[in-house]
Design a protein around this ligand. Structure first.
Ligand SMILES: [Zn+2]
Length: 214
């Protein structure tokens, strides 16, 4: 089961990816984890990636793709894998398709967790973080006992800049511009699987499983 996860930041795709990985005993692979592992182990690819990162530059698509392809050829991926956060752009998706075809492999499912921007902006806008201990809350889904006060340490709770509506909307605009074309790309490849991400996360998961086992 070879899966790519698509979905806007805040759509809950990371949570779904973990649940899929657990159910099917396949690794949940994020590029951040691959970078960290390769740099820690001092692999040649890791050393190359580190050069860019140390300079504060983006790791080029081809190199990211090499790292991903290297990762998915490891033993634990023989029953499949789930890629989270890669590809993000059309050039990355094309590089991945090319690299996979060289090892007679291809993406089997591109799962798109679909959530309207408005819902994501509202969800994120309800988050609160403690200025003291960093504990996080949500005004609707996980409220503190006393409004705007941390249950754990009694400090004040704030809405982080990252969670403010204008910041969230900016991130979503970038997502739509870069990643939305991927949905078309994988639709053309006949591997897109779309689920409604606005319902309860267990229901989202059940719907994904239905698509995977159809
Ligand atoms: Zn606290």
């Amino acid at each position: 089961m070879k899966i790519v996860m698509l979905g806007a930041p805040g759509a809950g795709k990371g949570t779904q990816a973990k649940m899929i990985a657990d159910k099917y005993s396949i690794p949940h692979i994020s590029t951040g984890d691959i970078f960290r592992a390769n740099i820690k182990e001092g692999t040649p690819l890791g050393a190359k990636a580190k050069e860019y990162m140390d300079k504060g530059l983006l790791v080029p698509d081809e190199l990211v793709c090499d790292l991903v392809v290297d990762r998915i050829q490891q033993d634990d991926c023989k029953n499949g894998y789930i890629l989270d956060g890669f590809p993000r752009t059309i050039p990355q998706a094309e590089a991945l398709t090319d690299a996979l075809s060289k090892i007679s492999d291809k993406v089997e499912y591109a799962i798109n967790v679909e959530v309207p921007d408005e819902n994501i902006v509202n969800r994120m806008g309800g988050r609160r973080a403690c200025v003291g201990c960093g504990a996080t809350y949500h005004v609707k889904y996980n409220p503190p006992k006393v409004e705007d006060v941390c249950d754990k340490c009694g400090e004040k709770l704030i809405l982080r800049d990252d969670d403010k509506p204008e910041t969230v909307q900016k991130r979503l605009d970038v997502y739509h511009e870069q990643t939305q074309p991927l949905i078309d790309y994988y639709t053309k490849q006949g591997v897109i699987a779309e689920v409604d991400g606005t319902v309860d996360m267990n229901e989202v998961f059940d719907n994904i499983v239905k698509l995977l086992e159809a």
